[in-house]
Design a protein. Sequence first.
Length: 286
Amino acid sequence: MTPEMWNRLGPFRDEAIARGIPAEDVERWLATARPCATLTQDGDGPVVGQFGGPLLLPADTPDPAHPFVASIDLAALPADATDLPLPPDGHLLLFAFPETADYDEPMGSVVYVPVGTAVTERDRHAWNSSEFHDYEAMFKAFPQGPLRATTTVSLPCHEAVELPGRAGSGPLPGHPRSEELVEVWESTHDDIAPEGPLQIGGYADEEAVYYDPVAVAVSTAARAAETGRWDGPVSDDVSDWVLLADWHAGMDVQGWESATVHWVIQREDVAARRFDRAFTSVYWNP
């Protein structure tokens, strides 16, 4: 953890100690902190991309099957904004349909466009080939405009894990006070890390975060691969996966309140720039 992250987490540390949580438990929890970039449409941070805009794709890339959400200029993203092995340049294009799938299938995708790649503008509505009017109204409500980045810090928002081989759940391994520590994070988060609709890296968050959304997405990806709805191979070890991006769609799209999109990916795929291997899951409580 960098000194800047350590200092930023001061309010969390002070509150946890004030609540009587042993210092060793607090320090162990703080060791899990990860840098992330919060992207908003206001503020003073550098412009690192945009919601919406023209859809620019290489000629050999098929039309994505889900709506276009945002593009991220990796050269503009501060190098220390995340702990992900992201390319130093090029663009990440994020696609998603902000509803929970009826089956184990991806609800979005990621396209990486290396710098210097020739691109052509595509029809942003091609995903809605059946021209469903309610879906078109939803897409029309997607946010548009520049995205500014704030480099900040992220702590786990989930408090429990499923117990292998038995019913029920328990605290995060190695963190017997995880439920209390998550409560501290919820109470101090606003003083430490700004909220925004889009986050790159860090920990996944959503309305219901009893379990890790990344772990839930990995489990869904594994089932999707088994049933042929998504191409494997898929590691079932959550530690092999990272959060690429979170979009709190419900902050922007009326009628999809509480919807959160999680783009997750195996870390080795990030390093190899295989962003087509990202799996997209959605939590939505209509």
